[in-house]
Write a protein that binds this ligand. Structure first.
Ligand SMILES: C[S@@+](CC[C@H](N)C(=O)[O-])C[C@H]1O[C@@H](n2cnc3c(N)ncnc32)[C@H](O)[C@@H]1O
Length: 203
């Protein structure tokens, strides 16, 4: 991790009010679309969206899921998400503070699907492994991870990320971490040489 959790939280809280309007890259929107499509919850399923931010993925899933739980470290991003839920009168969505390695769930919460979009790259590779262990322990049917990830060597002239604050992994490191906790990687979607979606299922 190149910044502490508090530093990341503060950075995102400062940017929260303009975050949605600033997501103008094709790769971000394509990645979000693939995460939503692969998550595909049914009306009986609960989704946990980690690093939910202002709820880009979480809101999309409310139309088909029973319930969507959004967790994030940034109070500013969560406030934006809650305002949208209230303005749109969406009741099957719940936002609260929580982090990848401590999602802050009630002990009786059964999670069917875990999603995460453009958030895990804030963790170091060791922390991503710890987060994947925590996610796997929730025993979801599948984990859909959309993120900045390297398919080859990233072009230093065109980083899709900010090297000073972001810490993306290679696709190989992510797939190894998922298979090491016993999940089966069933899809790897190439969106851009630095952006992809990985679907991992419980075996
Ligand atoms: C680029 S935003 C992505 C938000 C949303 N998922 C989307 O697709 O627009 C990254 C989010 O990850 C959150 N985040 C960063 N580190 C985190 C951690 N360790 N645990 C949970 N959320 C984290 C940030 O606060 C921020 O809201």
């Amino acid at each position: 991790m190149k910044k502490t959790i508090d530093e990341h939280a503060e950075r995102f809280s400062e940017a929260a009010s303009t975050y949605d309007d600033e997501q103008d890259s094709e790769a971000y929107h394509a990645c979000a679309r693939h995460v939503v499509d692969h998550a595909a919850p049914t009306a009986r399923e609960t989704v946990l969206d980690l690093g939910t931010g202002t709820g880009a993925i979480a809101f999309e899933l409310t139309s088909t899921a029973d319930c969507v739980i959004g967790r994030d470290i940034s109070t500013g991003m969560l406030d934006e998400a809650r305002m949208k839920a209230s303005a749109e009168n969406i009741e099957n969505i719940k936002f609260a503070e929580g982090r990848f390695r401590e999602p802050n769930l009630d002990s009786d919460t059964d999670v069917d699907i875990v999603t995460s979009n453009f958030a895990m790259h804030h963790l170091s590779d060791d922390e991503k492994r710890e987060a994947i262990t925590v996610i796997s322990a929730l025993e979801p049917d599948r984990f859909v991870l959309g993120d900045v990830m390297f398919f080859g060597s990233p072009d230093p002239e065109e980083p899709f990320y900010s090297p000073s604050v972001d810490d993306p992994a290679t696709v190989g490191i992510l797939t190894d971490a998922l298979t090491d906790v016993g999940m089966a990687v069933t899809e790897v979607e190439f969106i851009h040489e630095q952006v992809g979606v990985i679907v991992a299922e419980q075996q």
